[in-house]
Design a protein. Structure first.
Ligand code: CMC
Length: 416
């Protein structure tokens, strides 16, 4: 394997070192490029730019592989709970029984929300999008929480984010605030905080908790996606964890990123309402003059099946079958997927369904409203965001500060 690349610019010869990853992914280290040559690189959208070395998750987009800390997603989904996965992602190893018990109990210690947060939430109009509310409340949490130990910040967020999400949902649907139940595991507690009704005992449905557990695991980390990079970028300026995560949530909200889960269901409902003519909508997605894109299709890294989408599809089918509900949206999604995957446009551009194509169907079957889908994605992505913030600090990554090619006016004077 070569360790340098040689190249010539304007008759001068240069060498640039090559860096290899665990699976021999290769990068040209250009950190000294401008200093030595006067050139910078130009890469809008960071399509070819590595910003750090990381050991949290690995994706092989050509083969459709996803590993968390070395473990294939297909194994984690069948053998781990979301809270074990969170421990793994944050700490690097799966917990043993004692570690898991201690981790879960420590999270429960922070299972409460300051009354001022509830008062702030009360003042926010109901028509505000839950993602904006969650991001704002996470930012505000910073004012109330004074952590002496770094680990406590992670535990506070794991405890409080589901509470903020549940409170936001309940206010919207006119239910009074709920409290955490320390007797329950993480997922059961989350469901009870969302859906319990005053003066009625809340019955857990294992089919629903299993599906929620799985979909949160599927979201837990995905290396340098837009929101995670946002979290790292803020952290690199020594911005605090809560503010960095709040910014990550704002990035996730976008429809090309986590907001796609809401957009997918809205698209499927529109198709259904307009007669269900799949071919017409596929043609629309292919038409360059039409801004419409097939939401839940395509991915920057996966040029093969997104392994999370395969699992999410099975979880959705299983959930709907076991709950004995009939969902025309699932049938439409499956038909749309089949048709798109046979179309030369999607074949040539290697556009496959991504995680968000089926995740909304799962949330909807659980009873989560559309505008809360991306909030659920955020609950799942939380361990990944925190692990990257932590890793960025440990690596002592420099402040993120890209360059640009200026194409504005030359220097000019204001006329008298
Ligand atoms: N429908 C129709 N055409 C598409 C689609 C789509 N969903 N996705 C990409 N293309 C076309 C695109 O028009 C372009 O064509 P051309 O080369 O002729 O200009 C080509 O495929 C490459 O697309 P791109 O936009 O340059 O690729 P990207 O890597 O910059 O964007 C993406 C990736 C996910 C933003 C994009 O595929 C997309 O907009 N998908 C729909 C939104 C979506 O589902 N987002 C969720 C992503 S997965 C979960 C997450 O990360 O949160």
């Amino acid at each position: 394997m070569c360790s340098v690349v040689n190249f010539n610019i304007n008759g001068y010869h240069y060498k640039l070192p090559i860096i290899y990853g665990t699976f021999y992914e290769k990068a040209i280290n250009i950190s000294q490029l401008r200093e030595n040559t006067g050139f910078i690189t130009f890469d809008p959208g960071f399509k070819n730019t590595g910003i750090t070395k990381s050991s949290i998750s690995f994706i092989d987009g050509e083969k459709g592989v996803l590993l968390y800390r070395g473990y294939p997603i297909e194994q984690i989904i069948n053998k781990c709970s979301f809270i074990e996965t969170s421990y793994l992602i944050l700490n690097g190893e799966l917990p043993n029984t004692a570690q898991l018990k201690s981790f879960s109990e420590k999270i429960k210690k922070f299972n409460s929300i300051h009354k001022e947060i509830n008062q702030i939430l009360d003042k926010i109009p109901n028509f505000y999008h839950p993602m904006g509310i969650l991001s704002s409340l996470t930012y505000i949490l910073d004012i109330f929480i004074n952590c002496l130990q770094e680990e406590d910040m992670y535990l506070h967020l794991l405890a409080k984010l589901p509470m903020l999400a549940a409170l936001t949902y309940r206010k919207k649907v006119g239910l009074p605030p709920s409290h955490a139940d320390d007797h329950l595991d993480y997922i059961s507690n989350l469901l009870k905080m969302f859906f319990s009704i005053p003066n009625k005992s809340y019955e857990q449905n294992p089919i629903i908790s299993d599906a929620l557990n799985k979909i949160l695991i599927l979201h837990a980390d995905h290396e340098q996606n837009c929101s995670t990079t946002t979290v790292r970028l803020l952290g690199s300026a020594h911005t605090g964890l809560f503010s960095s995560i709040s910014a990550g949530m704002s990035a996730l909200w976008g429809r090309l990123h986590g907001g796609a889960n809401q957009a997918v269901i809205e698209m499927l409902e529109t198709i259904l309402k307009n007669g269900g003519n799949i071919t017409k909508w596929i043609e629309k997605a292919k038409n360059k003059k039409d801004p419409f894109r097939l939401m839940g299709f395509g991915h920057r890294i996966y040029k093969n099946f997104d392994p999370r989408a395969r699992i999410a599809k099975k979880v959705a089918e299983n959930l709907i079958k076991k709950l004995r509900i009939s969902d025309p949206i699932l049938e439409l999604a499956k038909n749309l997927e089949e048709k798109a995957l046979q179309d030369s446009y999607f074949i040539e551009k290697k556009l496959y369904p991504n995680i968000d194509f089926y995740s909304g169907i799962i949330y909807q079957s659980i009873g989560i409203p559309k505008d809360m889908f991306t909030v659920m994605f955020a609950l799942g992505r939380l361990p990944g965001w925190m692990a990257h913030w932590k890793e960025m600090k440990l690596n002592r990554d420099p402040i993120g500060r890209p360059r640009q090619i200026y194409i504005g006016y030359k220097k000019r004077n204001i006329k008298n």
